[in-house]
Ligand binder design. Structure first.
Ligand SMILES: *[C@@H]1O[C@H](CO)[C@@H](O)[C@H](O)[C@H]1NC(C)=O
Ligand SMILES: *[C@@H]1O[C@H](CO)[C@@H](O)[C@H](O)[C@H]1NC(C)=O
Ligand SMILES: *[C@@H]1O[C@H](CO)[C@@H](O)[C@H](O)[C@H]1NC(C)=O
Ligand SMILES: *[C@@H]1O[C@H](CO)[C@@H](O)[C@H](O)[C@H]1NC(C)=O
Ligand SMILES: *[C@@H]1O[C@H](CO)[C@@H](O)[C@H](O)[C@H]1NC(C)=O
Length: 350
């Protein structure tokens, strides 16, 4: 595989840092026809919310396809499927493992370790199109998590790879893979979604236990210049212990379908909804997979569905990147569970 490295010039914006992008297939555009596809909120979000209450424990998930993604993917963490032929993956490359402290130091429980955060673009056949390196050697915030796409930008977090640490929230342009450092937060953050209706960003911390909300409305007004920390607008604990959300997508604001509405007090009003996948690790070896629709303002789970499928390499299919779509009136989930040698599993709810 021949790779040519293109370093884009930093823009005039102080917070924009040139990202190293290794272009593996120069004749393939990053996006089909170089056009920005719609987000879930402006395409299939409403259909996803409508169909989701049909899912339950007894749902039969039919395997539609298995596609091996070429190259060493490291640890895939988040995925945005923008068409059948383009997948954006956030992936971690770990070069020095973290080691547990005997007891917490400065609020965290392990050494920083070392590594790099990547954004990978794949086509529908699993061919690698580009591999961006978002961090520099020695950067302590090298862990990337779940990602979201809002119709213009990808949203990601770059965090220290340890709980209760720090993170930088970044915006990535899918047309160039250039990232912009937006602001920093005094906690580890993994998953992220952009509510394009309110202009809020919601980020999930270690294990998805807390959701914090930031308003981008006046950005950059009111934001502490980097590397200072910005305090969130609000923070709520996740009241559900079903799974730890790993990768989430903003779907839009909707009146809840009847089956879900029974779960909330202000029935009838529109709620901001995200789709999430993840796992719960119980004890050291039991992994429960699952997917959910979640109210991203309150973190109340609106509909939760356990997922039992595992990859050919034995991983719960929902443990890492996930996306969702409605194809010919049926719900499909797209999962990329395995580290290093990753296969995209596509399932349809029968
Ligand atoms: C992306 O590049 C890094 C080196 O910067 C490499 O370790 C990794 O394997 C590459 N990813 C893929 C999928 O080739
Ligand atoms: C803990 O924090 C203090 C004060 O910021 C710093 O001097 C020290 O190096 C930190 N310790 C570790 C192990 O990171
Ligand atoms: C996070 O770290 C701070 C010190 O830096 C500590 O006061 C706080 O208790 C820690 N929080 C958690 C949830 O561990
Ligand atoms: C969650 O956030 C609250 C503040 O809203 C904080 O007191 C608590 O320690 C956080 N929990 C974790 C696990 O970070
Ligand atoms: C990659 O994983 C698949 C199973 O998902 C396996 O069939 C294949 O042999 C693996 N390839 C390598 C190079 O390990």
């Amino acid at each position: 595989m021949k790779a040519s490295t293109v370093a884009f010039a930093a823009s005039a914006i102080v917070t924009a840092v040139a990202t190293d992008v290794s272009i593996v297939r120069p004749n393939e555009p990053f996006l089909p026809n170089n056009a920005l596809p719609p987000s879930h909120a402006t395409s299939d979000g409403a259909s996803i919310v409508k169909l989701f209450p049909n899912l339950g424990r007894s749902t039969t998930w039919k395997l539609i396809s298995k596609t091996n993604f070429e190259g060493d993917t490291g640890e895939p963490e988040g995925m945005v499927r923008v068409s059948d032929d383009r997948y954006f993956i956030s992936a971690g490359q770990w070069t020095v493992p973290t080691t547990k402290y005997p007891q917490p130091i400065n609020g965290t429980d392990r050494t920083p370790g070392a590594g790099f955060a990547h954004t990978l673009i794949y086509d529908g056949q699993g061919k690698l199109i580009a591999n961006a390196t978002l961090t520099k050697p020695g950067d302590i915030e090298y862990h990337t998590g779940g990602i979201d796409y809002d119709g213009r930008y990808l949203w990601a977090t770059l965090s220290q790879y340890r709980p209760n640490s720090t993170a930088t929230i970044v915006q990535i342009d899918p047309l160039t893979l250039q990232k912009k450092d937006m602001f920093r937060t005094n906690d580890h953050n993994g998953g992220i979604v952009h509510d394009t209706i309110t202009g809020d960003l919601v980020t999930l911390n270690w294990g998805g236990r807390n959701a914090t909300t930031w308003s981008l409305k006046d950005y950059p007004h009111g934001f502490t210049p980097l590397p200072g920390f910005k305090a969130p607008k609000s923070s709520v604990p996740d009241p559900s212990f079903f799974i730890d959300y790993q990768d989430c997508k903003f779907l839009g604001h909707y009146a809840l379908p009847e089956a879900m509405a029974a779960r909330v007090s202000d029935q009838g009003s529109k709620r901001p909804i995200m789709f999430c996948g993840g796992v719960a690790t119980i004890g050291s070896s039991f992994h429960l997979g699952g997917i959910a629709l979640v109210d991203l303002q309150t973190m109340l789970p609106l509909w939760e569905v356990p997922i039992a499928m595992t990859s050919d390499l034995g991983a719960s299919v929902t443990q890492n990147p996930i996306d969702i779509a409605v194809v010919d009136g049926k719900l499909r989930i797209y999962c990329l569970p395995d580290q290093h040698n990753s296969t995209l599993y596509v399932y349809e709810a029968a």
